[in-house]
Design a protein. Structure first.
Length: 442
């Protein structure tokens, strides 16, 4: 009898083990899903944890002096003489001693044409009648001190924004690689400054954020391109190139906050990275002092909504996803998504599609390529120029509007047109000719 009992016990253990092997993986998945769906007790951060906020608080700023309003130059000079025939709108006197320094309105400043420069005499020279200073119309543009033709410069930039590699353009144009790199770096810096000047005081309802893997030649640690997109108008409001750490998440949200209106508090949807929660809660809130307290406390804005989409992979395949709320009510976020024309579901599909668009437009970000960027600045300037091209030059198919009563059926629109920053589709040459005036008057 003892032998039979032992045999029955061994057979039972073998059956339990055979049953447990296929069920074990399912139980693990079930427990992981149950554990991840529980509410997270993450503590929000404050601006004291953001390096850029602390740098701005410590930085000693000079007092802002309001300059007196300058009367139009046409009202101070004699009405005699030849009428102006050269368009000077957008240009300003670059000399700080002039009273019209930084004034770009053609009806107010004192600029007139004063001959042409260059071998082909195709560069306009301007003169300020108030101070007598003269300068080239290319001052403040990437074309300043460039001997090549403007058309060739614009064509190279257009191909670079369409995903063509720099080595291909070297063989096509005959210019050396350093020359084309200089053009790209100039345009990238110019585009970044234009973005800071134009993308201000925006009222955005929904933001999606994600990071994009990038590799730089000669750098051991991989770099990550942090992005924030508005899924409604498809605009890339902020980007940052750095490591995959919390400080870089703070930098991305800090740049995004500069683009928004002071009273704007958008809703956020991100992936499972915890740093997004810390960065968002540190920038959208206010300081207050409770009764009988000696120090101020940071309170997150009540209007803030943040949802998170967690993706789980096994053997490089997506197995399941989990959605959870990090701040606010899920019902409020679902209602907001429905009002904006989206599904009542926490998702990051638009920023994921934007990542693919960037990889197709910037050859340095193409997967499995030998064309790696030489430096981080080179990669950042290329992305900055591509973002300017994407905002102002390249029409977005999802943003086109129907036209009635005309031959064409649709009117192309860019993200900048959707935001109201411009009323037409720009060209690369138009951006090249737009100067960035120092000391721009409001």
């Amino acid at each position: 009898m003892r032998i039979e009992r032992w045999i029955i016990l061994l057979l039972g253990m073998a059956l339990v083990q055979a049953w447990w092997k296929p069920v074990r993986r399912r139980m693990r998945r079930w427990w992981q899903r149950t554990k991840e769906q529980l509410p997270r007790h993450w503590h929000p951060k404050s601006p004291k944890d953001c390096p850029l906020c602390q740098a701005e608080a410590v930085r000693i700023t000079e007092p802002v002096v309001d300059l007196p309003a300058v009367e139009p130059y046409q009202e101070t000079k004699s009405q005699r003489g030849r009428k102006k025939t050269i368009l000077t709108e957008g240009y300003a006197c670059p000399y700080p001693d002039c009273r019209y320094f930084g004034v770009t309105e053609a009806e107010r400043h004192a600029l007139v044409g004063f001959g042409k420069l260059g071998e082909n005499k195709n560069i306009q020279r301007l003169r300020c009648q108030a101070c007598g200073g003269m300068f080239s119309s290319r001052k403040g543009t990437p074309l300043y001190y460039i001997k090549s033709e403007e058309k060739e410069f614009a064509e190279v930039l257009w191909w670079l924004a369409e995903g063509v590699d720099l080595s291909v353009l070297v063989r096509k144009t005959g210019h050396c690689e350093s020359t084309l790199t200089t053009w790209l770096n100039r345009m990238g810096e110019h585009s970044a400054r234009w973005h800071e000047r134009l993308f201000q005081n925006l009222s955005i309802t929904l933001i999606q954020m994600d990071e994009l893997y990038a590799k730089v030649r000669g750098v051991e640690d991989a770099r990550w391109l942090w992005l924030a997109i508005d899924p409604k108008c498809k605009a890339l409001l902020a980007l940052h190139l750095g490591l995959r750490r919390s400080d870089n998440a703070y930098t991305l949200v800090h740049k995004l906050k500069r683009c928004l209106h002071p009273g704007c508090v958008p809703a956020f949807t991100t992936d499972g990275l915890r740093s997004y929660f810390y960065a968002v809660t540190a920038h959208f809130g206010r300081w207050f002092r409770p009764p009988r307290a000696r120090t101020d406390h940071w309170q997150v804005d009540e209007r803030l909504l943040q949802g998170q989409l967690v993706k789980r992979h096994e053997r490089r395949k997506l197995t399941y996803t989990i959605t959870r709320m990090l701040w606010g009510k899920r019902q409020a976020l679902n209602d907001l998504l429905e009002d904006q024309g989206f599904r009542r579901l926490i998702q990051t599909v638009y920023i994921e599609r934007g990542n693919l668009t960037i990889r197709q437009g910037v050859s340095l970000l193409t997967r499995r390529t030998w064309s790696l960027p030489q430096t981080e600045h080179h990669l950042l300037y290329h992305v900055e120029w591509w973002r300017c091209y994407y905002h102002f030059i390249r029409p977005h198919e999802a943003l086109r509007e129907t036209v009635s009563g005309e031959k064409r059926r649709y009117r192309p629109r860019t993200p900048a047109m959707t935001l109201g920053l411009t009323d037409h589709v720009w060209t690369a040459g138009e951006i090249l000719r737009k100067p960035l005036v120092a000391g721009l008057a409001a």
